[in-house]
Structure formats: C-alpha cells, structure tokens
Write a protein that binds this ligand. Sequence first.
Ligand code: AMP
Length: 639
Amino acid sequence: MTAYADFYQRSIAQPEAFWKEQAGLIEWFKQPEQICDYSNPPFANWYKGGTTNLCHNAVDRHLKDRANQPAVVFVSTETNTEKTYNFRQLHTEVQCMAAILQEMGVQKGDRVLIYMPMIAEALFAMLACARIGAIHSVVFGGFASGSLASRIDDAAPRVVITADAGSRAGKIVPYTPLLKEAVALAATKPESILIIDRGLSTIDLGALRAVDYTAARQKHLNSEVPCAHLDATDISYTLYTSGTTGKPKGVQRDTGGYAVALAASMKYIFDCKPGQVYFATSDIGWVVGHSYIVYGPLIAGMTTLFYEGTPVRGMDGSADGGIWWSLVEKYKVTHMFSAPTAIRVLKKQDPAYLTKYDLSSLQALFLAGEPVDEPTARWIAAGINKPVIDNYWQTETGWPILATANGGGLSGFKPQFGSPGVPMYGYKLKLVHESTGEELKGHGEKGVVVIEGPLPPGAMQTVWGDDARFVNTYWKSIPGQMVYSTFDWGIRDANGYFTILGRTDDVINVAGHRLGTREIEESIAAHPNVAEVAVVGVADQLKGQVAMAFAVAKDASKLGDANERLKLEGEIMKLVDGNLGAVARPSRVYFVTLLPKTRSGKLLRRAIQAICEGRDTGDLATLDDPAPLLQIKELVSVK
Ligand code: AMP
C-alpha cells in the first residue's frame, strides 16, 4: 500500500519522474524524448517526441489477450436493442469506419463532426477518427441547429457523421432537418455527410452530399486500416463547452497525454482491472462520454456498457425505474458512473428497485458533473449499499481534479459525503482570493479554485484555433499571477477535503449539462419583441439548476394580459428549443420593465439569482434604482 499523500507529493515534487512512470501504462510506437516541455507557458507539451495512438491503445492492443472478450455492450431501451461487440469485432468495425472516412477524403488533421445519438456507430466513429489521426468533434445530439451551426463554423469539418434520428423516452428526434438547417446557417460547409439510417425517420438532407453507411460498410467490411503513428502532441479531439461569452469554446486535447491520463485514472481513481465492466450513463456529447464511456474503459481493457435511453424506461418501452440496476445484474457491471441529477430522478421511483436486482458485481458508484447534495448521496449509498464516490472536474481537464483515489495500491483518503475529495495527483491546486489573488491557506475560507501550470497530461492544450482565448480566459483572471482558473468557488477543510460551491462566472449547470447564460440570452434576444434579456441559473431540486429569463419587451402594450404574456413566453421557449435545443430552454420567462444594473451598466446577475432563490440580496438601498430588483422579487414570489 502506498499512502496517497506520498503519491500526490511525488507527482508535484518530481513531475517528470512521476509522469514518465505513468507513461508505461500505455503502449507507444516510439517512446517520448521529453516528458513535459513547458518552455512556453501556459502551453504544456506532454511526452514530446513520443508516438502513439488512442485507438491502438483502446482496441488493437487488446487483441492479443482479450480478442473474444466483450468490448462494447450496446443497450438501447429506445429501440429495444442489445448487441455485444468483442474486441475483434470492434477492431473490424472501427477499421471499416476508418476506411469509409478515408474514402470520403478524410486525412490526418481533418475535422470530423459527429452529431449522433448514443448508438454503437458513434463510438466506432470516434475510434476511427483517432485511428487515422482525424480530429473528432462530437456535438451533443440534444443540441439544435443554431448550436450545431456555430460548432460547424468553428471546427470547419470536412465530414459530418450523423444518423436519421435520435430517440428520447420514445420520442423520435429527426436529426437530418436540424443538420440541413445548421449547414445552411454555417458559413463553412462540410464536403459530405455520412449517414447512419436507423430506420426511425425519413432522411432530409436536401442537396447535401450524403454517403449511406450501410452500403459503405458492406463495401469496406474487410478493410484493414493501420493505426497512424501520431505525435503525442497531435490533436485527438475538440469538444465544445460553454463559457461566459456566447461563442462556445473548442476544448482541444492531445493524444499521448490524454491516453496516459486516462490509463492512470482508471487504475488509481476508478480502481479498474481488465475484463471488468464499466457503465457510465452519460452521453458521448459530453466529456464524461469521451473519457469514461469510450476511451478510458477500452484503454483499460474493460467492457464498456454503451446505453441509449433514460433511467426510468425499460426495454419494452414501459416505465421501469430499475432498468439500470437490471443491467448491472445482467452484465455484471463492476463500476458505474452517473450524475447527481440522474440519481435524483431515481429517488422519485419506488426504492424497492434498488434491492430488486443482484448488485454484487458492483464495486462503486461514481458521481460527477454538478454538486452532489448530501441527502441524495446518502440515499443512494444506503439504497444500493455501495461506496458512492463524488469526483469533480471539467471538460477542460478531461479527468478528475478532486476525488479519492484508492486504486492501484493507494490508500489514505476515503470518500466523504459532501465533498468530492482531495486534489488528484498532478494538480497543483490552490484556493485564492477572487480580487486580490492572495492564496487562502486557512480552512473554511471560500476562494476560487485555481491550478498552477503546467496542467497535467490529459488536460486541454488550448482553445481550438484561439490560443489568445485560452490564455486570456483561463490564465489571466486572477490578479498578479498566471494560474489556471476553474471558475469554481471552493473551500477546504482541516483534512484537505474540498467542497465546491458553484461557479464564479455566468455558466450554469442544468441536469449536469453545462450551459452559458450568454448563449441563451443571445438566442432569446433574436425574438423580434425582445429588447433586452437576462438569464440566470436558479437552484432546482431535481435538475440542480434551471435557467430563468427576465426579458424587457420592445412592445409591452399587450403584456398586461396574462394570455399575451403566456403566448410570448411560449414563443421565446420555442425559439430557444429550435436554436440551442430543449436542454437550454428557460423554465420561465418573466417580463420586466427594466433590468437591474449597476451604474456602469453591468447586469446584477448575482442579485437576480439571489432573489429567485429567496436569499438575501444585500442592501437594495445602496442601488441607484432598486425598482427593477423589486419588480423581479414580486414576479418570482407569485407562483
Ligand atoms: P463540465 O465541463 O460540463 O463537465 O462542467 C464542469 C463544471 O461542473 C465544473 O466547473 C463545476 O462547476 C461542475 N462540477 C462538475 N463536477 C462537480 C462535482 N463533483 N461537484 C461540484 N461541481 C461539479
């Protein structure tokens, strides 16, 4: 047993030796010459001179010892499908997809945008890109044409891979009309579309050049496409995430550092072994999907359970709050990873579901994506009688910043309710004062969670196509020093455990989905009768937070009438649905005469949020004009 504190200390004091050792967890075509080149901070180049491939480590590497072991178990409660692919079959499918992409002209460094539901072909597509060195950019299937268009413009993909439709709780969501609209909106057009026809909806791509996957697969099924020998620093993917501006940021990740970071996290944080079964309930559109549905488990030689569906719907389409637990029993899941929101949904189900199935295979349940409220964590831990391990991280970091690592012979920090844990190896974490930048060394003092450079392997390299944005956004927000800001508030207790207290910026977290209030505002402001709008995140029992909008109408003459207000509110919600997707739809749109602002014109977001949550807003009397806040107070108090 190694004490975690010593392990951590070594990662900080001797990072080169530490990460050199971790590099041995993956296979290299050529060993790295330099562990970390940090000659141009804050840009870190990990494993310079080394060549490797994520797909090789996730697939080919395992053919020798586990070709017949299940690699992917695809389960869809939406289409009543269960299909298992062993590593050999996965190898075949991925090579086939890679050959199709090559025939479509995709080369190393080209972007491939993946706008897909949770079907196995989406995973094949990601691995196929990694195999040939194309950069994938997965866009969450729940996003609508506006979100998709801005990502197409930024990524400039040569090819888009999509399906005829997704399905959510039995409702078919046709993708092709959304994609067609997005391409029409985008200034940069993809050359062609690879389409997987599930037979759920008619395909409507207009004049776009489309390649049918079924036919192409038939042609390429026996293709052999070797893994490209990629530089460790070559880009593996970009993944868009929300920030404070309306324009989403493409978080750019490398190849070698990411592979090592994932392999290490599977060993030390998740305590996984080859042959075990990992079930992450997220979606490939999010970072958890990239790290812990696709790459992490496969790199570790595990089976990944790839799930399309909700937590409360069974295979035959009927309500079933025990579906996930039945899958744990059936597939002998050893590790489960979910989000607090999903657990809060399960909490509304009959608790008998938690004991109905044999969960003896399960080692632990990991939760991340948003703060886990203690009652929910305790409820699920007691219900399934397993350790519940909170972990805190971000799209930007790719793997946990805070957790409790008890795998790979480590020990010393047990999970504690109410805290995601302690800093993970490689992260030089500090709490600093928001405006002075002074380090807060005491216990229980609230500060901004920052990381000293270099960021560890696996973390973002930069913002795709915009190094200046990477530096200015993340590394310059704390006065007097160049440190990476997580934009989260945190406190630390006497034992070194952190608690995360929410974002310092305008990012909100709805059901584990990260959204920028600015993006929602821009979408609402496009309504012809909206002069100005403020969107804030408001605490919600089920979803963690929901978006609430306060709009000033250009023509308010009819808004005295409740029906007219409802009509306009409905129109605005529909607009957001169509532009960003239902995930971003505000739960309410209130109409106000003025928005509360400071004298310099800055929106008083924190005050609006406090009012909506029934908290103290500070002294209203100090404001030039307290009337707008008082109006909001009155509106939200009327249910
Ligand atoms: P995303 O990049 O979408 O994964 O969102 C990252 C943000 O989600 C973080 O900056 C936090 O605000 C929040 N978050 C993620 N995991 C946790 C957690 N375990 N506890 C508290 N907040 C979390």
